[in-house]
Every structure is written in structure tokens, then in C-alpha cells.
Design a protein around this ligand. Structure first.
Ligand code: NAP
Ligand code: MG
Length: 488
């Protein structure tokens, strides 16, 4: 059955709201400076392959200078400042993100390839919300359940991925600053621009020099940062593979670490679920942000009696999604972030077909330039297939079926990951029964991919350890006060 697809006139967001410099240095000690011993690399727009700018690559001496700046700021100003004063800076940063929201959204869309609708409505508002939320905590740390006087660790070395560049920055920087730590942050190689814009916001907010330092670069810069001997706390979001390297590097050192890694979430649809809502949730779960989402609902588990209805409805819905220019306000699906990621997605999808699953995509024309992949659904998937076990990190859904709640649970938990899960049913008791037994850090009921700074996020098993957001997230940045009552 075909559904009506309306023609929309193009509604491009204006690029004129951003002013991208031809090149960028490193943000160290409150100022932009050229790298001492590093090089440079290009950041491109994945939807057009256009070169946006040249960015500095920090070498060992640069990372060292950034850590020294962070240490000095920690010792001289930030750790001595009362929480209510620190809070004012966080409020300022939050308001600046709001004031410059349009510019940040355009910058993120150009650099990352995700649709402007997402950066405008999700990434940027959530980043501001994270700063607002943590601004509120800065003077209330005595009530975080960590004793009357919990202490910061010192210098936090933070490494983030490319899928939500500004939002992941906010998840890392806001709790660190609220708790009195100072920061050296390394953005992902392919998406440094919003972090560099954030450096400007720090200057605009008059944040004391060295409290936030930003060192751009690739994996080697990240390694130099997490292995730097004067870093007290490591916070990483990225692949399980790199997470393992980092866990090994910090083992046996006094460093604290939190790791937010990959996922292979089950999205479970029972036969009593409202099918239309569930289909929206499936689409939101796996095609949001081109599937570049660690908690994406990539394994759809549908109760056998409704599988045909769900798949038919899902295919109809996918036929209405618009793929193309991410700067167009009507676009649902943007570009894949890099040529390397596109190749990974293509390879995994080819493996899916070779292993015997049935591949389907709606009719859609891919733009000629840039990195593109159509929304893809695999049916007839077995649990042993690689597309059902490994993270693809792209717009690819694997559909499996089940008959009983026990079987759904067994299949959902049959994964080395444990970041998130979704349950769709009208029965409240079943939601609770499933949520108690699913080995996943977040379980969404009759919704998917909902985020709030007050709600902790993090994984089980190979999805990492530690939580971000909420009171739980604060504990990653604080040493509990064991001497005075009230410890958790
Ligand atoms: P990645 O290769 O692990 O990279 C993540 C970050 O680590 C990047 O900044 C990267 O630098 C840097 N890096 C690479 N090698 C390093 C090393 N040896 N030491 C220190 N840092 C190093 O992951 P990605 O491909 O960018 O991102 C996709 C992955 O992230 C997916 O597997 C996804 O599930 C996961 N992810 C998890 C969460 C979560 O909250 N659990 C959130 C988002 C993404 P370069 O980019 O410059 O190479
Ligand atoms: Mg880029």
C-alpha cells in the first residue's frame, strides 16, 4: 500500500548566521593559541564534502600545557570558589547557549550532517538544559548524598564522540564545573566546531582562564589526554573498543574513570501495544540522528501475532521520511557523519544480506555528493546474525520476533551490551515486570530516546560504567565526604 508523500518547497536554514574562521587553534588557559608541536586537519561537511575549516591537532606539549592550565585554575580559583559563585558561571553559559542557539544549531548541522530540525529542537536545547540543571546543583552538593562536604577530584580529562558533539560536551563539562573540577576536553576529529564555539562562550561568560580547555585532534590526542599523569578523572564517551584501551590505561593509577560506550538496544513491542505509537517510537528509536545513537533501538522484538501489521505500518511510515539536505527544515534524515562510518554501515548491511536476512529500504534518491545511507530494515533476522549482535551505528534496524514475555526478555538480554531498552504494551504490570528484568541502564516504556538532565544515563556490561546526569552523575565528579554524616 502506498501512502501520500507531500511535496514541500525547500525551507533552508540560513548559513549566514555562522561565521566560520579559515582556521582554529587550541583553547588553552582562556585564549586561543597555535599548537606547539601538533599539526592541523580539515573539518568537512559530510552532506556536501565541502571543507569548512582547518583545525589544530594538539600534540604532547599542547596537551601538557592544557593540563597545566587546568591544574593552575583548579588550585588558584575554581576549587576555592564557593558553589554559588560557580553556579553563576554555569547559568551564564546556559543562557549564552540559548542566546546563540541558532548559530550553534547551524554549526552543528554543517559539521556533523544531522538535520537542522534535530540540532535546533534536540541537541542545542538539551545542552542548555544540562547547564541549567547543573548550575542549580553547584551550591547544593551537600545534599547530593555524598556527605556534608564532598570534594572535587581536580582536573578532568574528557573525550567525546561525533554523534552529539555539543550535547556530549554539555554532559561532560556541566557536571565537572558544577562540582568544582576543571576540564580539558577533546572533541571528536570530525566534529570540532561547536566545541570551538563553546570556547568563545567561555570567554564571553568571563569564565576564569584555564577552567575549561579544549584540545582538538584525533585519537592520539585523546590518548595523550587520558594517559596524562596529572589528570585525576577521565570521562569518555565512544566505542567499546577505545573504552577498553582507556580502562587498561587507567587501571592501577589513582585516576577515576567513567565510560559511556556502545549499545544494541532491544525495542520490544507486545501484541497489546498501540501500534501506530509504537511505530513512531521505532522510527524515533533507530532513525533519529541517522542511527548514530549509542542507545538506539536497533533490535526490534515484535510479538509474533502482530509482526505483519507492525512491519507493514513501519514500511509505510518510512516511505514518508525525507532524506537530504540537513539544512532544510523539512529533512528527517541527514548525512552519515564520515566516509569511514558509511563504509562500516555498508559492510555490516552487506553481511546481513549474506547471512540470510531480508533487506528493505524505501524508495529514496541519495544525493550525489556527501555520505548517505537510506533507512534500512532487515527482517528474517536470527539472533546469531552479526547485524543482531554488533553495533552498526547507522540507520539500520534488525527485526526479530517472540511469542512470550519470557522469550522477549531472554532475547533482549542476549547481548554483551546493556545501555537501553524499550517496552511497548498497555499493561502497566508488564512494563514493571520487564523493566525489573532487563539488563539495561535505561528502560523506556511506550516511548524511546527521551532524555532529561535530571535522569541518569549509563550502561551495564560492555556499555560501560558510571552514570551521567541526575544526582548519580554528580557522584562521578566528587570524592564522598566520609567524615561527616549523610554519606550515601
Ligand atoms: P571512538 O572511536 O571510540 O571515539 C570516541 C572519542 O575517542 C573520539 O574523540 C576519538 O577521537 C577518541 N579516541 C580514539 N582513540 C582514542 C584513544 N586511544 N584514546 C583516547 N581517545 C581516543 O568512537 P566514535 O566512532 O567516535 O563514536 C561512535 C561510538 O561511540 C559508538 O560505538 C557509540 O556507541 C559510542 N557512543 C556511546 C555513547 C554513550 O553514551 N554510551 C554516546 C555516544 C556514542 P577521534 O574521533 O578524533 O578519532
Ligand atoms: Mg565535520
Amino acid at each position: 500500500m502506498s501512502s501520500p508523500v507531500f511535496d514541500y518547497a525547500p525551507a533552508p536554514e540560513s548559513r549566514a548566521v555562522v561565521d566560520i574562521a579559515p582556521s582554529y587553534g587550541l583553547f588553552i588557559g582562556g585564549a586561543m593559541r597555535d599548537p606547539v608541536d601538533g599539526g592541523g586537519f580539515l573539518s568537512i561537511s559530510p552532506s556536501t564534502e565541502e571543507v569548512l575549516t582547518e583545525v589544530a591537532e594538539a600534540g604532547p606539549a599542547d596537551v601538557d600545557a592544557a593540563v597545566i592550565a587546568a591544574r593552575t585554575a583548579y588550585a588558584k580559583t575554581w576549587s576555592k570558589m564557593p558553589g554559588r559563585e560557580r553556579g553563576k558561571y554555569l547559568f551564564r553559559l546556559a543562557r549564552l547557549i540559548q542566546e546563540r542557539a541558532r548559530e550553534l544549531a547551524v554549526l552543528e548541522t554543517l559539521d556533523n550532517g544531522k538535520p537542522i530540525r534535530e540540532t535546533r529542537d534536540v541537541d542545542v536545547p538539551l545542552a542548555a538544559a544540562h547547564f541549567f540543571y547543573h548550575a542549580g546543583w553547584a551550591d547544593k552538593l551537600a545534599f547530593a548524598g555524598l556527605g556534608a562536604n564532598p570534594r572535587p577530584h581536580g582536573v578532568a580529562g574528557q573525550v567525546i564522540p561525533w554523534n552529539f558533539p555539543l550535547l556530549m560536551l554539555a554532559w561532560k563539562v556541566a557536571p565537572a564545573l558544577a562540582t568544582g573540577n576543571t576540564v580539558v576536553l577533546k572533541p571528536a576529529e570530525t566534529t570540532p566546531l561547536t566545541a570551538l564555539a563553546f570556547a568563545e562562550l567561555c570567554q564571553q561568560a568571563d569564565l576564569p582562564a584555564g577552567v575549561v580547555n579544549i584540545v582538538t585532534g584525533a585519537g592520539e590526542t585523546g590518548r595523550l589526554l587520558v594517559e596524562h599523569p596529572d589528570v585525576d578523572k577521565v570521562a569518555f564517551t565512544g566505542s567499546t573498543e577505545v573504552g577498553r584501551l582507556i580502562a587498561r590505561a587507567v587501571a592501577g593509577t589513582p585516576k577515576k574513570a567513567t565510560l559511556e560506550l556502545g549499545g544494541k538496544a532491544a525495542n520490544i513491542v507486545f501484541d497489546d501495544a498501540p501500534i501506530d505509537q509504537a511505530v513512531e517510537g521505532i522510527v524515533r528509536g533507530v532513525f533519529f540522528n541517522q542511527g548514530h545513537v549509542c542507545c538506539a533501538g536497533t533490535r526490534l522484538l515484535v510479538q509474533e501475532s502482530v509482526v505483519e501489521e507492525v512491519i507493514a505500518s513501519l514500511k509505510r511510515r518510512l516511505g514518508t521520511l525525507r532524506l537530504g539536505d540537513p539544512m532544510d527544515k523539512n529533512t528527517d534524515i541527514g548525512a552519515i557523519n564520515s566516509a569511514i562510518q558509511l563504509e562500516r554501515i555498508q559492510t555490516m548491511s552487506d553481511i546481513g544480506e549474506a547471512e540470510g536476512a531480508t533487506r528493505w529500504s524505501p524508495a529514496c534518491t541519495l544525493p550525489e555528493r556527501g555520505y548517505w545511507f537510506p533507512p534500512t530494515v532487515f527482517t528474517n533476522v536470527a539472533q546469531t546474525h552479526r547485524i543482531a549482535r554488533e553495533e552498526i551505528f547507522g540507520p539500520v534496524l534488525s527485526v526479530l520476533t517472540f511469542r512470550t514475555p519470557d522469550e522477549a526478555l531472554a532475547k533482549a538480554n542476549n547481548t554483551p551490551f546493556g545501555l537501553s531498552a524499550g517496552v511497548w504494551t498497555e499493561k502497566g504490570s508488564r512494563i514493571l515486570w520487564m523493566a525489573q528484568r532487563l539488563r539495561a541502564g535505561v528502560v523506556w516504556a511506550n516511548t524511546f530516546n527521551h532524555f532529561d538532565p535530571a535522569s541518569p544515563f549509563g550502561g551495564y556490561k560492555e556499555s560501560g560504567y558510571g552514570r551521567e546526569g541526575g544526582r548519580h552523575g554528580l557522584s562521578a565528579y566528587l570524592v564522598p565526604d566520609e567524615t561527616v554524616g549523610g554519606g550515601a
